[in-house]
Ligand binder design. Sequence first.
Ligand SMILES: Nc1ncnc2c1ncn2[C@@H]1O[C@H](COP(=O)(O)OP(=O)(O)OP(=O)(O)O)[C@@H](O)[C@H]1O
Ligand SMILES: [Mg+2]
Length: 325
Amino acid sequence: MSGEVLLRVEDLRVYFYTYAGVVKAVDGIDLEVYRGESFALVGETGCGKSTVARAVLRLIPPPGRIVSGRVFFEGRDLLSLPEKELRAIRGADIAYICQDPSSALDPLYTCGYQISETIVSHQGVVKWRDAWMYALKLLKQVAIPEAEKRIKNYPHELSGGMKQRVVISMSIANRPKLLIADEPTTALDVTIQAQIMDLIMELKKLYNTTLLLITHNLGLVAEYCDRVAVMYLGKIVEVADVYTLFEKPLHPYTQGLLKAIPNPLKRVERLYSIPGMIPSPVNLPPGCRFRPRCQFAKDICAREEPPMIEVEPNHYVACWMYAKR
Ligand SMILES: Nc1ncnc2c1ncn2[C@@H]1O[C@H](COP(=O)(O)OP(=O)(O)OP(=O)(O)O)[C@@H](O)[C@H]1O
Ligand SMILES: [Mg+2]
């Protein structure tokens, strides 16, 4: 980890204007990802993780809108960049592995065609044949068996794990500086999951890529990441290095998440789950969003949103319990 900030997100807000009301999917988050690190963004389903990833690349579909914020990548604000300049960054400097590998591949074209296309469009390789040979090399690099045969396959001819490998080979084709991997292994079974994560880490090292891993799986965070931000209902509630977060979680929500991980060595009657329901994102509670589920809630929690507090160096938490007053 270099200490140099590669990606900085400032006060990002993304709202979806639906018939049911305004969904505040991301509601004022700040993030810093350092060059070379593996940074994890974790949280329960619907908390806004994918929306953050898509907003960084300005890929929010309607009825969604980036309401405010700035996203600096190597010092340039991606949110105010002309579309053409942004397109040059997307897929080249910043690669994105989206949550569903199938949707990233076009069923009408062979894998080889799609990887070659990515290479040609960003590197301007003149000869299609050169791009095709490079695509083949990439497929071998992501350990696709019989790559010479598979390169001519259509997506439907591949298993889920293989499809994900193809998507990864596309994402690294242009040696990105930042790789955003959104739940890259969720659709895969556990053994393939480990293989894919190992592959991503290997390529990360090889190409000196920074990784922003989006997941709800704390096991992956513990094994593969350096630092982590915990999200709850569109807000970041805690940021720390991974060791500290697991050793000394501060936010009641983080504590609950960690408690909910089953321990195979302990016999328990019932698995722990955080009490209460996630409130509707259309109708957020005032004050702290976690208050309705929090056993430590005080009066102030219902009135005012907690600020982000640096409790110890580089360990931040948004909770009134840690405010000095
Ligand atoms: N196109 C859309 N239209 C309306 N609401 C949306 C849309 N996309 C996302 N949302 C809402 O925004 C919120 C955040 O969604 P998002 O997909 O970012 O969550 P997530 O943390 O990635 O969840 P998951 O773990 O299930 O992938 C959710 O309440 C979701 O319903
Ligand atoms: Mg998601």
